[in-house]
Design a protein around this ligand. Structure first.
Ligand code: ADP
Ligand code: MG
Length: 212
């Protein structure tokens, strides 16, 4: 049975494609097959797939994959065709007041059975700890989830400009299999994102019997 992950935020530039690429890398690393669907006309996800192919690595298996991951455009309503069939809706967002209000609006507009499937991912969190604005945004999402009794706040991703932008270049080596010589930031990013996707794996029931 294919598990479907939708990555959506009605805003652009918040880390959707980064989350799509990291999720794909995680499940490949765990021995699963992945089908990537690029529903964004900018095709940054498809470019990443093409860049990896040039490096000799095939990311996407279109038929009968274990996990299907849909990358969407940062425009309100762009996820509608994919919402119903999604087992998990990942929403990366930045912890700024305006961004937080937008994702809360998106969440409120979803029917209850879809709200249950939403996992919020705070992105570009400061490595030194949250700023006051970030802490407030965090609290707003936490209280929203508490009030509604559905949805969840997933482990966030730290702002790592030395790591994530380079991800899109493609590489012959899986992100989670890059050696320690790749540097401390890469090692930290591997650890932070592994924590996030282990949780996603549990939500999808893919943790038991993970091939490795
Ligand atoms: N945690 C992060 N640390 C550093 N840069 C990031 C992080 N998340 C995203 N970025 C960068 O921000 C830009 C926008 O991210 P992207 O995933 O393309 O957003 P979206 O798909 O939502 O438009 C990209 O250049 C990406 O590399
Ligand atoms: Mg994108």
């Amino acid at each position: 049975m294919t598990r479907r992950i939708l990555v959506h935020n009605p805003k652009g530039g918040v880390g959707k494609t980064v989350v799509v690429a990291l999720a794909a890398e995680w499940f490949l690393h765990r021995g699963r097959t992945v089908n990537l669907i690029d529903a964004d006309g900018n095709h940054s996800c498809q470019e990443w797939v093409d860049n990896n192919r040039e490096e000799g690595r095939e990311i996407s298996t279109p038929v009968d994959a274990d996990v299907e991951i849909v990358d969407t455009k940062g425009v309100p309503g762009s996820a509608v065709p994919f919402l119903r069939g999604s087992d998990l809706i990942l929403t990366p967002f930045q912890l700024y007041g305006y961004d937080v209000s937008e994702v809360i609006e998106m969440f409120d507009a979803l029917p209850a059975e879809l709200r249950r499937r939403v996992g919020f991912i705070p992105n570009r969190v400061r490595a030194m700890g949250l700023t006051r604005e970030q802490a407030e945004g965090f609290e707003q999402i936490e209280s929203l989830i508490r009030q509604e009794g559905v949805g969840r706040l997933l482990p966030g991703l730290v702002d790592r400009v030395a790591v994530y932008p380079d991800l899109f270049n493609g590489s012959p080596v899986n992100f989670f299999e890059r050696p320690a010589e790749s540097g401390k930031s890469v090692a930290n990013a591997q650890q932070e994102s592994a924590e996030l996707f282990r949780q996603a794996e549990r939500i999808l029931g893919l943790d038991a019997g993970a091939p490795r």
